[in-house]
Design a protein around this ligand. Sequence first.
Ligand code: NAD
Length: 260
Amino acid sequence: ILKDKVALVTGSTSGIGLAIARSLAAEGARVMLHGFGDRDANLALKEELAALSQDCAGFSDADLSNPEAIDELVAQCTNELGSPSVLVNNAGVQHVAPVDDFPPEKWDMIMAVNLSAVFHTTRLCLPSMRQRGWGRIINTASAHSLVASPNKSAYVAAKHGVAGFTKSVALEAAKDGVTVNCISPGYVWTPLVENQIPDTMKARGLTREQVMNDVLLAAQPTKRFVEPVEVASLALYLCRPEAGSITGANLSMDGGWTAQ
Ligand code: NAD
């Protein structure tokens, strides 16, 4: 369904973004892989995506906290692959601390990567989508775009911001064949989550099982982690022609978390 289309997926070197990049490439999209990590491993991922899609994929490690680097990311994607018809704003960072101890530089970083970067990529990619009369903007928000947890003030504020931004741009683009939505997962099994487990075990004197079930999955009624491929399949669905009337939506995939 995405043959001859270009997809820019931010934060796609790992976790949810990588699953989305793979599923878009498998449908024929030329994918711009993006994110940090080991350079050789990322170039190998780029080759894997290219093999899925007419030997064509790109890679960038642009730092999304820097608006100039975002300009370069979109320019590089346009030069190497073409202007994106699918933009997935997925990169995100987290920091956990009480608000009165929250380091201001961490606040600024979370706002820049999780919220402002979504504005910058959108403003840069929307004009060519409009010209083409077709586009899909998919933002990875979070259950934390709808409800809060303590000690995550910056993340919750940024994700609520993404949900609001999504609605506003959806209205602006509604007549142009461009849909704008967010997907809001609960806990997804990714490196971001897995890496929290040893520290939480130590800090609270818990076993691995206890951290997973009593801490991470405490609010998730299904008591299982969402898999990255489940999020990817929803993102792919939003790219289908029959999803053309879904716009401005915040689609939960959280095992019932926000139904409580
Ligand atoms: P991850 O840590 O596996 O991947 C994050 C990606 O973002 C990586 O590719 C990383 O290199 C990139 N990135 C981080 N900072 C960057 C920066 N400054 N510039 C460029 N790239 C940067 O995380 P994930 O769990 O796959 O999360 C992906 C998205 O899903 C995030 O927006 C996150 O908030 C959201 N989310 C995750 C969960 C979860 O439980 N894992 C739940 C809800 C929402």
